[in-house]
Design a protein around this ligand. Structure first.
Ligand code: ADP
Length: 363
């Protein structure tokens, strides 16, 4: 239902979007995820009609809504947006805020009342009709903003960092609620965030952005298990890095690094891996399994599918369900891992890293 073709946008000399293309299907939730400054908000604003592209095209239901020379005004696009700062009218009460879009459409009063009541019920805001925004908590204000965006039944909903201003507990609660609500209403949603957990909680598809372009566009499962680049891997939690040089072949990848020659590791395609060229291995803390001191290395290797790493414990903290440990390899590379027990500072530990959870990228 939404198609973006080869979208370009610059601010002066700075190219914020460099030829971006994507499609969003009816009833689908796409979460756009990327570091600050990668162009997420720029993309959203172009779709919303708040700014004009320099090149490319945006189509909604097959109708061109934006090119460099033609712009359908925002109010004619059938798109509603929920902002990070809620953007509620402070002098209007909850009812008036939610009813605003319907009044603009000159809907009969009884119909407006019914629709607003329906939207407020959906977001568990009954009884708040007469309150002004400053008399509401952050979470309640964000619910009002969502109710206001839903009530006019837009074809597409845009969410710009919708939960960033809420505290952690509320964020976790709201992202699940929003995900359930939008699916129940079969809404098409384009959602921008810098928080991977929020993206995973909401998305049918993840759009990972980097420097104004798409890094990866796939299901959350595929992005998580096969990150397309080292930046995508890092964004999705693979924060442990071993720098080294690529050895072996594409079929039998290996990396020479401070931990010795690691073989049998998963090699991400990308064409940039050169034999003996610089490479890095990335993996998540949860991919590392602590080995008992007495374990026989030959048995652990299980036919070369598991890498064995050795490191010295630097710090170990209790995080509620597990201990998070920071350890250092002989090459001074820092690794995070989780363990069931406390690990003594200064102790040497050995860890198993399964090949399928280690991602290799050329530099
Ligand atoms: P994100 O939402 O991913 O943080 P933005 O789309 O806001 O990124 O910005 C992308 C890049 O464009 C950033 O480097 C930002 O500084 C720049 N930028 C955004 N808006 C403007 C503007 N109005 N004028 C100049 N530069 C801008």
């Amino acid at each position: 239902m939404l198609e973006v073709r080869n979208l370009l946008k610059s601010y002066g000399d700075y190219q914020a979007l460099s030829g971006l293309s994507l499609e969003l299907q009816e009833g689908e939730i796409i979460s756009v995820l990327g570091p600050s400054g990668c162009g997420k908000s720029t993309l959203l604003q172009l779709v919303a009609g708040l700014s004009r592209p320099d090149g490319g095209e945006i189509l909604l239901h097959g109708q061109t809504i934006a090119t460099a020379s033609k712009m359908l005004p925002p109010e004619k696009r059938g798109i509603n947006m929920v902002f990070q700062d809620y953007a509620l009218w402070p002098h209007m009460n909850v009812f008036e805020n939610v009813a605003y879009g319907l009044k603009e459409k000159r809907m009969p009063l009884q119909q407006i009342k019914d629709k607003v009541a329906g939207a407020l019920a959906l977001l568990q805001l009954e009884g708040f009709e007469r309150r002004l925004p400053p008399q509401l908590s952050g979470g309640q204000q964000q619910r009002v903003a969502i109710a206001r965006a839903l009530v006019t039944e837009p074809r597409l909903m845009l969410l710009d960092e919708p939960l960033s201003n809420l505290d952690m507990r509320l964020r976790v609660e709201m992202r699940t609620e929003m995900s359930v609500l939008f699916r129940r209403l079969k809404m098409s949603v384009f959602h921008v965030t810098h928080d991977p957990e929020e993206a995973f909680a909401m998305a049918d598809k993840l759009l990972l952005m980097r420097s104004g372009a798409i890094d990866q566009f796939d299901t959350p499962f595929a992005c998580y298990h096969k990150p397309a680049s080292r930046q995508a891997a890092s964004l999705l939690g693979a924060v442990n890095v071993l720098q080294g040089h690529f050895a072996g072949t594409a079929e039998e990848p290996a990396i020479g690094c401070s931990a010795g020659l690691l073989s049998g590791i998963l090699c991400e395609p990308g064409g940039k891996l050169k034999v003996d060229g610089p490479a890095e291995l990335r993996f998540r803390p949860e991919a590392l399994a602590l080995l008992p001191e007495t374990a026989d290395a030959a048995v652990e290797k299980k036919g070369g599918q598991t890498n064995i790493l050795e490191a010295r414990v630097i710090h170990c903290t209790f995080e509620g369900t597990k201990w998070r440990t920071l350890a250092e390899t002989s090459g001074s590379e820092r690794l995070y891992l989780f363990s069931e027990e406390h690990l003594e500072t200064g102790g040497v530990i050995r860890m198993a890293l399964p090949s399928h959870a280690a991602y290799l990228y050329g530099l």
